[in-house]
Design a binder for this molecule. Structure first.
Ligand code: SF4
Length: 352
């Protein structure tokens, strides 16, 4: 096998990483972590320089979902202690989004729980997006509303939505162990509908669902083949009251290797450290930023993240700058420690 540095040379020269390469990254011994990160960091720097994209979640509708995704605190019958509410009003959504933008976010992710939106739901979100963009014309909006039906992606695009999130979450070969109320093909179909409508595809995975190394590699190559522009990498937060309660398969070093694998396989794509960042990476969050180039600010959908100020400090302390605020120097982001949302935080990124 090539060294990680040689692998980075090859990828930089345009030779895609193979599944065997990805597996070698994932199974690297812990004492090879620093050379691995140094090599992956060369790819990250080549495509994203010293910038970190900051994203902010607005949880439009929380809980009460009829689907049975095993990792999700909002699933059917979940006993997890989360806030449950129906749709936020437009002014509430705008207020939350504005707080995120003040904190340095450039992308707002508008998320609702549920199998998928009705046409009325899509109209509601379209109205919110129009109002948000009227106040903040430069904001990038990603919608995450579940499985899409005919015409819905096109309507969202026409309303000004820039991207659509729908994660494949896990390998096709593992999907049915995790959820039974929809199929892997349903998920892929929604990503493809979004792409066909001109929306940027945001689709990622959740690590720690009991998958094998080979299945993690399978999921990542599926995302590469799907052409996902941004890849949220979630680390399972095993909520009490869900089937995966008590599942702790991850270590901080393992999480860094997963992110590094994503970087080698998809060198020029946005690799976002998503739900479970604080819990699973712990003190290796800074190291992970040398591989990934995107984070969520503050809270997740149904769990609290660290304070927004700590996120911005993490970026600055590791020598990075917030994307979109490069001219303001390393102090980018007008620190708003008050950023906390109603329904704060599923740790699992959007609609997982
Ligand atoms: S991940 Fe989405 S679809 Fe699945 S249970 Fe949670 S809210 Fe429902």
């Amino acid at each position: 096998m090539p060294t990680f540095d040689q692998l980075a040379d090859a990828v930089l020269a345009g030779t895609p990483a193979t599944e065997a390469d990805a597996l070698s990254v994932l199974t690297a011994p812990d004492d090879a972590l620093l050379p691995l990160v140094a090599a992956a960091a060369r790819l990250r720097r080549a495509h994203f320089g010293n910038t970190v994209k900051v994203n902010y979640l607005v949880n439009l509708k929380s809980g009460l979902c009829p689907e049975d995704c095993g990792y999700c605190s909002q699933r059917l019958g979940s006993g997890a202690d989360i806030l449950k509410y129906t749709w936020l009003k437009t002014d509430e959504a705008i207020e939350q989004a504005t707080a995120g933008l003040r904190g340095g976010a450039t992308r707002v992710c508008m998320v609702s729980s549920g199998r998928g939106p009705t046409d009325r739901d899509v109209e509601r979100v379209a109205g919110m997006v129009g109002a948000l963009k009227a106040e903040h014309p430069d904001v990038e909006v990603c919608a995450c509303l579940g499985l899409l039906k005919d015409g819905q992606a096109e309507r969202l695009r026409a309303a000004g939505v820039d991207a659509y999130n729908h994660n494949i979450n896990t390998a096709e070969s593992h999907h049915d162990d995790i959820v039974t109320t929809h199929t892997y093909a349903d998920r892929v179909d929604t990503v493809e509908r979004a792409q066909a409508a001109g929306l940027s595809a945001c689709s990622g995975l959740i690590a720690g669902l009991g998958e094998s190394d080979e299945q993690l590699v399978e999921a990542l190559f599926a995302l590469r083949d799907l052409g996902s522009d941004s890849i949220p990498v979630n680390f399972l937060m095993p909520f009490d009251g869900t089937p995966l309660e008590g599942t702790w398969d991850l270590s901080p070093a393992r999480c860094v290797k997963i992110l590094a694998m994503a970087r080698f396989v998809c060198p020029d794509k946005e690799i976002r450290i998503a739900g479970g960042r604080e819990m699973h990476l712990r003190s290796l969050q800074g190291l992970a930023l040398h591989v990934a180039n995107s984070i969520f600010l503050g809270d997740y959908l149904t769990s609290e993240g660290q304070a927004a100020e700590a996120d911005l400090e993490l970026i600055r302390d590791n020598g990075f700058v917030v994307l979109g605020a490069e001219d303001a120097g390393a102090g980018a982001g007008s620190h708003d420690p008050s950023i906390r949302r109603r329904g704060a935080g599923t740790a699992l990124a959007p609609n997982a």
